[in-house]
Write a protein that binds this ligand. Sequence first.
Ligand code: ADP
Length: 153
Amino acid sequence: YTGKKGNQLISETLNKILVKDYKAVPVVIKEEASVYDAIVMMFLEDVGTLAVIKNKGILAGIVSRKDLLKAAIGKQNLQEIPISIIMTRMPNIITCQLDDPLVNVANKLIHYQIDSIPVVRPFDGLDGLEVVGRITKTTITKAFVELVNEKDI
Ligand code: ADP
């Protein structure tokens, strides 16, 4: 008997579950794209949030469903509005990294009241962050369910 309390064992187990083992593929759109393009991509890719990128995949911002709804209200031509003017932009983006414990990211989703967090890594030789994945509420739910099925973590 190790003398560890149940909740200590649970948090030790949870801290071993890392972003890199559960991340989903990033769904990205270029910052020159229009609000119209973003709406179409959101339906085609079946996601609620898009990562907006500039050259070489560097993170520029995030557009959510509500960002697009807001932009669409009362506006005539959605093909002429670039997403770069409606997105939430860097440096105000909440991000996570490959080696972060998934539970820390879950905590950020709750704390900032957002649905999705891009997984990033520093871009070699350039200022900025490269988008390499995403963590969503669905990712967290999947990991939670898998905990029951896995014998050893
Ligand atoms: P929705 O607005 O569709 O409900 P969210 O709750 O995720 O989706 O987004 C709320 C707001 O927070 C939006 O303006 C969105 O641009 C912004 N947002 C979403 N994800 C992030 C993030 N990872 N970092 C910073 N802001 C974000």
